[in-house]
Design a protein around this ligand. Structure first.
Ligand code: NAD
Length: 471
């Protein structure tokens, strides 16, 4: 049992004023593995006050000082990679391939921002004006459970690079991971109050951060529904916002695709992070002319994917994070059948041989039309919908016929053609033939997948406000 009883304010671990306690679970066994004492609105306000006090001095630090701090933070996170990995496996159920990406990715957020700062010019001349890029003030970061370290570190690195101070509310379901990460960040020895981390409920600590007049900017990753609430809460004080929200990505198999190479990639892009990723390509668009060839390959491919104990290195799909998430995915599988889609494989219940843990049978629906709810709503589990298309124009139309626009996937042999189609995707990112993540390129959504961009120079500028001085 791990009892997390402190939050981090003004450079120290402190007992929260809030007294509510929430349980923490191992999703692979459903066992209770700890508790977290949650902060309340008073704790949220204390964190904001600390960040506000720290801002004047921190905003005047030099670029070189901030680069040095970012490098220290990155080194501190790297130093405890093994413990961070173990906590993410136990508390979140992430399989090895995902922790193997996530932990180094979190540390590299600091190193990448340090590199960006080295060449970034905060001052430039435009005509007679001298334009300087200014930090916003106190930033609030609110993050989800599906990649706790990456979201905290990415938002923290960017705010600090900009010269802002920050208050962070991670998901209350990730408290063990947050505790170890906070200890790493504390080790880096930054001035007190520069960053503050408060465990707490979204409708308490998150709501306080989203509405408080001393918060200048909210950077949020989570569901579209909560993103809209944050936007409304911030409207009163015209907060700047970056919203990284949900997705329902098209995963398009073009008619010239070599199926031997493409099918494993399509499945990987559809099922990443055990299906709990905003970027997953969960609508698999298949040319009608090749449907009969493709369906048996998708079925065989997904049935070969190992589900189970995330400590097993061959496992690709771990459990859902919580009972609630398990129930939600099960209800979408039932909904798919009620809507008239056909199960190609998978279905309700747990996979064979797994009688405990929040595991889902990897599921593919066929006979799906793009107006069904299973094609329009984010399920956030290992559930794919196959949607046939007639020709290229039809594929583009179906791909863009969605409220979301986060990440789209194209698979085909003719790269020029794929590039042409990419130009027509209403999507913040388009990945051709399973290309790897580019951490310096902008990331974010079109339409209801969000507002603004993170990562690299675009991410840094989203944390800055230009001021023009005319002489
Ligand atoms: P969520 O929206 O329920 O919660 C996200 C965070 O917001 C949590 O810390 C939660 O406590 C907090 N929150 C909840 N209600 C709040 C409120 N009223 N005011 C302020 N904060 C509040 O999302 P989740 O279930 O934790 O994560 C899954 C969702 O996140 C999915 O929709 C997924 O697509 C999305 N997501 C998006 C990205 C992206 O980069 N676009 C990345 C990962 C996850």
């Amino acid at each position: 049992m791990r009892n997390i009883s402190e939050i981090y304010i003004d450079g120290a671990f402190v007992t929260p004023h809030g007294e509510d306690v929430a349980d923490l679970f191992n999703p692979s066994t459903e066992e209770r593995i700890g508790t977290v004492r949650l902060g309340d609105r008073e704790d949220a306000r204390a964190a904001i006050a600390a960040a506000k006090r720290a801002f004047p001095a921190f905003s005047r630090t030099s670029k070189a000082e901030r680069i040095e701090m970012l490098e220290r933070l990155g080194a501190s996170v790297s130093a405890r990679a093994e413990e961070l990995t173990a906590a993410m496996t136990e508390e979140y159920g992430a399989p090895g391939y995902f922790t193997g990406f996530s932990v180094p990715h979190a540390a590299s957020a600091f190193f990448n921002m340090a590199e960006i700062l080295k060449t970034y010019e905060f001052t430039r001349k435009i005509g007679r004006a001298e334009v300087t890029m200014q930090p916003h003030g106190v930033v609030a970061a609110i993050t989800p459970w599906n990649s706790n370290y990456g979201f905290i570190c990415g938002k923290l690195a960017t705010a600090l690079a900009a010269g802002s101070t920050i208050v962070i509310k991670p998901s209350e379901m990730s408290a063990i991971q947050t505790q170890i990460l906070t200890e790493c960040l504390h080790e880096a020895g930054l001035p007190k109050g520069v960053f503050n981390i408060v465990n707490g409920r979204g409708d308490v600590v998150g709501a306080e951060f989203s509405a408080h007049p001393d918060i200048a900017k909210v950077t949020f990753t989570g569901s579209t529904a909560v993103g809209k609430q944050i936007l409304k809460a911030g409207a009163e004080t015209l907060k700047r916002v970056t919203l990284e929200l949900g997705g329902k990505g098209p995963n398009i198999i073009l008619d010239d695709a070599d199926l031997d190479t493409v099918i494993p990639t399509v499945l990987m892009m559809g099922l990443g992070n055990s299906g709990q990723a905003c970027v997953n390509g969960t609508r698999v668009l298949v040319p009608e002319s090749r449907l009969a060839e493709i369906l048996p390959r998708l079925k065989a491919g997904i049935e070969a994917v190992k589900v189970g104990d995330p400590c097993d290195p061959e496992v690709r799909i771990g459990p859902m994070v919580s009972q609630r998430q398990f129930d939600r995915v099960q209800s979408y599988i039932r909904l798919g059948m009620e809507e008239g889609a056909t199960l190609l494989t998978g279905g309700e219940g747990r996979p064979e041989g797994l009688d405990r843990g929040w595991f889902i049978r990897p599921t593919i629906f066929t006979g799906v039309t793009n107006d069904m709810r299973i094609a329009r709503e984010e399920i956030f589990g290992p559930v794919l919908a196959v949607i046939p298309y007639k020709d290229e124009e039809d594929a583009i139309r179906i791909a863009n016929d969605t409220n979301y626009g986060l990440q789209a996937y194209l698979h085909g042999s003719d790269i020029d053609r794929a590039r042409r189609i990419a130009d027509r995707m209403e999507s913040g990112r388009v990945v051709i033939n399973g290309a790897p993540h580019e951490p310096l390129a902008p990331f974010g959504g079109f339409k209801q997948s969000g507002i603004g961009r993170e990562y690299g120079v675009f991410g840094l500028e989203a944390m800055l406000e230009p001021r023009a001085v005319l002489i």
